[in-house]
Design a protein around this ligand. Structure first.
Ligand SMILES: [Zn+2]
Length: 326
């Protein structure tokens, strides 16, 4: 679409860009709030959501019946209170001798879930995974035109698993929980990235950070959304970028609609609803600023999104120090 300023940078880096231009329906996807994702355990003090899946990215015209990502106002309030509590807890534990991390390299463990050894069965090449890591590093370093964030990504392992009972990966299923509890590696600072065919209509989903590490912690991404994949309009790796944003505590740019609190970030203009494809001049709220359709936390095509804002970078680092730093 010509809107990503540094597309040539990506091409130079060997990352394939889409040449497909399939027309997808512009029909908006029905939005169903995640009713139970962050409800407190009855009487419990340590909230451990039964279903920690927090956020997803959906395709334009996708028919996702169950959209796990748009949180309710009550869920947002609970998450923000939890972040404040986590920061207070950290501050009391640290007596001033420990300096919060300003730069972070995140180890990435990639689990390639396969039905069999064919490409259709999930057997994507290592080169696509390496390109995905490159895309993450470009996006989070500001190299595609957005803010510089604190984060870099280092591939530590590719774990290939042939298990038809885990394929496709179905959001919220017992098979997904079983897969994650069997495979997850590392501490809170380790990004576990699960690749496979996924729930129809979804491109991926992620968990938000929590004070207690859950075995479900991690990011699930459609395998063919990786750079060089076959998913039309969503095969430059930005589903991974978007979902990792949630894993680092970002909400959607359209969270809360036109309300003042919105996504909890001051420098992303308010947006009433998700943007799809790559609209020009979209402006759905009366507050200042056009809709942030080029932000990684919207729902537009990969070719349309290329930036995080300084406010998002700050929010991610704050959350890292609250939740994921050692
Ligand atoms: Zn999302």
């Amino acid at each position: 679409m010509g809107l990503r300023p540094n597309l040539l940078t990506r091409r130079a880096a060997g990352v394939a860009s889409t040449t497909l231009a399939l027309l997808l329906s512009t029909a908006a996807v029905g939005v169903a709030p995640a009713a139970s994702a962050f409800s407190a355990a009855p009487g419990g003090t340590c909230v451990e959501p039964a279903d920690a899946h927090a956020d997803a990215r959906v395709k334009a015209g996708g028919a996702a019946k169950h959209e796990p990502n748009e949180l309710t106002a009550a869920q947002i309030k609970e998450r923000e209170a939890d972040l404040a509590a986590a920061l207070r807890e950290r501050a009391s534990r640290r007596t001033g001798a420990v300096v919060p991390l300003a730069t972070v390299t995140i180890p990435v463990v990639v689990h390639v879930i396969q039905e069999n050894n064919t490409r259709a069965g999930g057997n994507i090449p290592d080169s696509m995974i390496q390109s995905q890591i490159t895309v993450l590093n470009q996006a989070y370093s500001g190299a595609t035109g957005g803010a510089v964030t604190a984060f870099a990504f280092q591939l530590s392992k590719i774990n290939r698993v042939v298990n038809p009972s885990w394929y496709p990966i179905l959001e919220g299923s017992s098979a997904e929980r079983s897969m994650k509890s069997s495979l997850r590696e590392g501490g809170k600072n380790t990004l576990n990235l699960y690749l496979g065919d996924v729930t129809p209509g979804l491109l991926g989903w992620a968990t938000f950070p929590q004070q207690r590490l859950s075995s479900t912690d991690g990011v699930v991404v459609l395998n063919e959304s990786l750079p060089g994949g076959t998913e039309p309009n969503y095969n430059q790796g930005d589903t991974g970028t978007h979902e990792v944003g949630h894993w680092l505590n970002l909400y959607h740019t359209f969270q809360g609609g036109c309300s003042a609190s919105g996504d909890g970030v001051a420098d992303t203009p308010a947006e009433a609803s998700p943007a799809y494809q790559c609209p020009t001049g979209r402006n759905t709220c009366s507050a200042a600023g056009l809709d942030p359709i080029t932000n990684f936390m919207d729902y537009t095509y990969d070719s349309c999104m290329y930036q995080f804002t300084p406010g998002q970078a700050s929010r991610m680092l704050t959350a890292w120090n609250a939740y994921r730093a050692a």
